[in-house]
Design a protein around this ligand. Structure first.
Ligand code: TRP
Length: 382
């Protein structure tokens, strides 16, 4: 991971993809504000790619229900979704090139998920490690059906919009593989309907937390948020875990895997400064305080333009909500079309069409015979 690899890309508006350009889909469950870990792991990739495709971003509230489904958790969806979209725009997604949509407001996806569920077996899903982890993490002793079906629903999301590319982190790679298998199986069995999606893997290692634990995460309370003000960033960095063996500045330290240097590598836009700090750190010639001050400065240089854009988008009241409403309507049209194609390809429309024809012809012949008997009545009376 290098600073240039994840620096905000050129944000000047550029022409959009041509109509019919390949589609990209990715997104998150609405669990709140985005942090530096999200940026390194997925946002940077999204920002880099999104203008090349017709880009869809899912707010996966149905997926959230597989582990978080209390009324209180569900009530937070709106707030969390707007925060997430706002953070994404602030980080550099161009609203003119991004379709944001709320999964639960596209109910056709659930029907598609049901139809696809006959294309995968239970043992295949049980072998996916991320699902077991998610269940344990959520305190479930046994696997809920919805959680086992998580990758099937995700496949429905992906296939419903004919996404050609799906950039996701490590945890989701196995789910995209399931989607690929299902698309191929469907196309072979019922005819070519689906695009087989390609996984775009995140090419960056997982960002550690400020406490030195392996992963930055909201639930671990070890995150620096894109929306944190400068003072908060500075306080969090001051408390950051570094090399525990280094009791004073004179003790040579370890750079490898040291979160302070992992963040420097990821976010400091001055590589010579980082190289020089590392050299002195290894030699026991710099205190943690200086390394941290320089990190705070670098993070604030990185976050300042994000904060500015966030404030601008926030001041444009109703913009985020409008983007979600129009994006959801747009996506729903696409998904309805796909679902109609799927039902037709599977032959699910044939039986009902036959019933309708027969019912119509019966009602026609009945009304003919009724009108015949009416004429006869008239004749009799006359
Ligand atoms: N599973 C993703 C997560 O970890 C969210 C998601 C749902 C998704 N459907 C998707 C990602 C389709 C990419 C494509 O939160």
């Amino acid at each position: 991971m290098t600073a240039t690899a994840i620096a905000p890309s050129n944000l000047a508006p550029v022409p959009g993809p041509l109509p019919g350009a390949p589609r990209m889909l990715t997104g998150d469950r609405p669990t709140g504000r985005l942090h530096l870990g999200h940026y390194a792991g997925s946002l940077a990739n999204r920002i880099r790619l999104h203008r090349r495709y017709e880009s869809f971003f899912i707010i996966a509230d149905l997926h959230m229900l597989t582990t978080k489904n209390s009324p209180a958790e569900i009530a937070e969806t709106g707030k969390h979704a707007t925060d997430m979209v706002l953070d994404s725009l602030a980080a550099g997604l161009d609203p003119a090139h991004s379709v944001f949509y709320l999964q639960s407001a596209v109910p056709e996806v659930a029907e598609l998920s049901l139809l696809l569920s006959s294309l995968v077996t239970v043992p295949r899903l049980q072998r996916i490690p991320s699902l077991k982890e998610m269940g344990q993490h959520a305190g479930q002793r046994e696997m809920p059906l919805a959680l086992l079906g998580y990758p099937v629903l995700q496949a429905a999301d992906i296939l419903a919009v004919h996404a050609a590319v799906v950039p996701v982190g490590k945890d989701n790679a196995a789910h995209v593989e399931v989607a690929r298998e299902m698309a191929r199986r469907f196309n072979r069995r019922y005819g070519e309907v689906f695009t087989v999606p390609d996984l775009v893997p995140a090419d960056v290692p997982v960002l550690p937390g400020t406490d030195g634990r392996a992963k930055m995460s909201k639930s671990l309370g070890n995150a620096i948020y894109l929306s944190d003000p400068p003072e908060v960033v500075s306080a969090k960095v001051r408390r950051m875990y570094t090399d525990p063996a280094r009791t004073t500045a004179g003790v040579p330290g370890t750079v490898e895997g040291n979160p302070v240097f992992v963040y420097h590598d990821a976010f400091n836009d001055r590589p010579p400064e980082v190289a020089e700090l590392k050299e002195r750190y290894l030699a026991g010639k710099v205190g943690d305080a200086e390394v941290k001050e320089k990190l705070t400065a670098a993070l604030n240089r990185f976050l300042d333009p994000i904060r500015e854009r966030r404030a601008r988008f926030e001041a444009d009241q109703g913009l985020v909500e409008e983007l979600i409403v129009t994006g959801t309507a747009r996506t729903r049209r696409e998904v309805k079309r796909t679902l109609a194609d799927v039902r037709a390809a599977m032959g699910l429309t044939t039986a009902l069409a036959g019933f309708r024809r027969a019912a119509r012809s019966r009602s026609r012949s009945r009304s003919r015979s009724r009108s015949r008997s009416r004429t006869e009545d008239v004749r009799d009376r006359g």
